[in-house]
Design a protein around this ligand. Structure first.
Ligand code: HEC
Ligand code: HEC
Ligand code: HEC
Ligand code: HEC
Ligand code: HEC
Ligand code: HEC
Length: 504
């Protein structure tokens, strides 16, 4: 057998035929999809996945099969004692050989280009918000929807969750493959577990945009609350929050952001997975003075034991919901009533709405339906003349309640405010009061400051929607609880009465 016949049969082997066919088919698919991509762009991440991972994968498999077939054939030929010319010496005298060589080199170069280009496009696509937020629709829905309504809706998921650097990229993609399987096999947990343990420390994420030396000063927060009575009476509180920070101009360090200043160091040990019960705190100030506080309501914690993780307190310990905030129904309703998306003219709307939102539902479609029928039913039965004369207000209230539900409750993922504690306050969850409490004491029985004026001043408060009707006092007022509960609010934590059952 001559050398040229051996070469020709190289292409006739079944493996080579399959490989060649895959190579051509994958290449053609890629070109067609690429043209679609250039003309339309992808709004959905699946398209990008098929074009830049699927098609190149087929091409590469084809090419690999082809190489394999050559190897198999050459080995078989050598075994039979045939002389096979298969080296890279260039033999310009043999045109057939040269043609094949050029073809081979050309295809290899094409393949390398294709893989490189696709790799970079796939990197881009898998880092996009749409990819993170929608590829596994239902799984990420709660986080994606709340994200779109947050202050960070223009910050990419990856800037907080992955951060720069190749090693984090690879780690996250490896983790992504595991998550893909969990999604396909339906073995992921509902709700998704939180806190996120592999989130990078705040220094590498948040502080890339908000640096600790940044000074935030005071912030005025005014909220109107509506009460559980027939006329839904209003009550307004205006708080001046002492956010503070390190002021590089004056050199002063003050306020709530005291903890985040790098010279100060607060560390703690949490007794539970969700870091809601704190057993031990170590606070080191600028001068290096160390104070240890222990929770008198928790069995003594041995901080040297390996059982306990000592966590450095950072941004995410207060701002744990910077972009996925699930509003409790009371909070959302107060806002809707104060902006008249729901009319306070509807009797008991605050309570009926709250009960409808706070009900446990199996799935979203059913919930939206139940909210609509529930509200109509209530007015038909208890206030027939309102049901007749204020149809429009009722329809508007139904639409707004459904929209609140849609943005904050995800029954399929068992995710809502009940499983997503917010640590930025002390009203809805213990938050600041996890540490700023009578029960958190140092060796001398002095507790972490918890006077109402440590963190904010009440500038105005009272039964009105209109701030100008209320007395305003910049140096601060003593808190008056909207409902007469004596001094009860001084003795117990707010969360003892404002519980998930009451919708807060
Ligand atoms: C501003 C920073 C930031 C951005 C942007 C962001 N996240 Fe998060 N994400 C967080 C923080 C902080 C947590 C909670 C960490 C904790 O409690 O341990 C979190 C938690 C999560 C969780 C865990 C479940 C939960 O509710 O705690 C998922 C899933 C998630 N994010 C997905 C996304 C997706 C998808 C996007 C983009 C659509 C995104 N995130 C954008 C900061 C961010
Ligand atoms: C890529 C830049 C970027 C990163 C990373 C980032 N933020 Fe922001 N953040 C912003 C911008 C921009 C705004 C202002 C948005 C606005 O005012 O509409 C903002 C606003 C905020 C606000 C005030 C708005 C509000 O929700 O009340 C807080 C608090 C905040 N960020 C905390 C965080 C925390 C905590 C992290 C880390 C988990 C973080 N940010 C990561 C850019 C970033
Ligand atoms: C001890 C808890 C705590 C820690 C730790 C903390 N913050 Fe805050 N931060 C707050 C509170 C409380 C507010 C005011 C909340 C509000 O806007 O209603 C606030 C407000 C902010 C704001 C908005 C300022 C404005 O004018 O609206 C930004 C931005 C912010 N924090 C970023 C950070 C970053 C970044 C870190 C970490 C370096 C951090 N915070 C650490 C409690 C904290
Ligand atoms: C992990 C425990 C912990 C949590 C949670 C926590 N703090 Fe603190 N905080 C401390 C400690 C410890 C100090 C320092 C007390 C000391 O030694 O004087 C402190 C100090 C402060 C100070 C300065 C007090 C002063 O002496 O002027 C303010 C203001 C403050 N915290 C606000 C907040 C707010 C607001 C929150 C919730 C958003 C919060 N803290 C959550 C532990 C905590
Ligand atoms: C350790 C700091 C700290 C202490 C001590 C503290 N607060 Fe607050 N308070 C906060 C923060 C932070 C918020 C959240 C502000 C926000 O939602 O923007 C808040 C919110 C509130 C609100 C508004 C609730 C809401 O979410 O609408 C009221 C009312 C209030 N505090 C009253 C009090 C009273 C009364 C005391 C004393 C028993 C007290 N606070 C002690 C930090 C503190
Ligand atoms: C002994 C139980 C109890 C304690 C403790 C308590 N509250 Fe209340 N709170 C109530 C009741 C009852 C209402 C009336 C609820 C209604 O009208 O639907 C209420 C209503 C409110 C409202 C207005 C209505 C709303 O929920 O939107 C605010 C604001 C409020 N409380 C703040 C606080 C704060 C801040 C603390 C902690 C410092 C606190 N409460 C502690 C029982 C309590």
């Amino acid at each position: 057998m001559t050398e040229s016949t051996v070469k020709r049969t190289l292409f006739r082997h079944p493996l080579a035929a399959v490989g060649g066919a895959l190579f051509l088919a994958g290449g053609a698919l890629f070109l067609v999809l690429l043209m679609l991509d250039f003309s339309a762009g992808y709004d959905n991440p699946y398209g990008a996945l098929v074009t830049f991972i699927g098609a190149p994968f087929i091409v590469t498999v084809g090419f690999a099969l082809f190489l394999l077939s050559i190897y198999v054939q050459v080995r078989a030929a050598r075994k039979e004692g045939k002389k096979v010319r298969f080296n890279l010496s260039i033999d310009p005298t043999d045109p057939a050989y040269m043609r094949n060589l050029w073809l081979f080199l050309g295809l290899s170069a094409g393949l390398i280009l294709l893989v490189a280009y696709s790799g970079s496009r796939a990197y881009e696509a898998t880092d996009s918000n749409a990819f993170c937020g929608t590829t596994c629709h239902q799984v990420m829905e709660p986080q994606y929807v709340t994200y779109q309504h947050s202050a960070h809706a223009r910050v990419h998921c990856v800037e907080c969750h992955i951060g720069p650097g190749a090693s984090f990229y690879v780690r996250s993609k490896v983790d992504g493959i595991r998550q893909l399987f969990a999604t396909a096999l339906n073995t992921y947990s509902r709700p998704i577990e939180t806190p996120v343990h592999n989130l990078r420390p705040a220094q590498e994420t948040c502080e890339g945009c908000h640096w600790p030396q940044q000074f935030y000063g005071d912030k005025l927060v005014t909220r109107t609350y509506y009460r559980t009575e027939e006329e839904n009476p209003a009550w307004t509180i205006s708080l001046m929050l002492k956010i503070g920070g390190g002021n590089p101009r004056t050199g002063r360090q003050e306020g709530i952001h005291w903890h985040m200043l790098t010279e100060n160091r607060v560390e703690y040990i949490a007794m539970d997975e969700k870091r809601q019960t704190i057993g031990w705190i170590r606070s080191v100030d600028i001068n290096g003075d160390t104070t240890i506080y222990r929770n008198t309501e928790v069995d003594s914690v041995d901080e040297s034991s390996v059982e306990h993780e000592i966590r450095r307190f950072d941004c995410m310990d207060c701002h744990n919901r910077p972009s996925h905030s699930f509003q409790p129904p009371a909070t959302a309703l107060n806002l809707a009533l104060s902006t008249r998306k729901i009319s306070p003219e509807l009797p008991y709307i605050r309570q009926v709405g709250l009960d409808l939102l706070n009900e446990e539902y199996e799935e979203k479609a059913g919930a939206l339906q139940a909210i609509a029928t529930g509200l109509h039913q209530y007015y038909d039965d208890d206030y027939p003349e309102i049901a007749r004369d204020k149809q429009e207000l009722i329809a508007q209230a139904v639409a707004e309640l459904q929209s609140i539900y849609g943005q904050n409750f995800f029954p399929e993922m068992a995710t809502d405010y009940r499983v997503r504690e917010n640590n930025l306050s002390h009203f809805v969850n213990d938050g600041c009061f996890r540490c700023h409490s009578e029960t958190m004491q140092d060796g001398e029985g002095i507790s972490v400051p918890h006077d109402c004026r440590t963190c904010h001043e009440i500038i105005a408060q009272g039964p009105s929607e209109n701030l100008s009707e209320l007395d305003q006092q910049l140096i601060g007022l003593d808190f008056v609880h909207p409902e007469d509960i004596d001094e009860e609010w001084k003795e117990s934590k707010c969360t003892e009465c404002h519980t998930p059952d009451s919708g807060y």
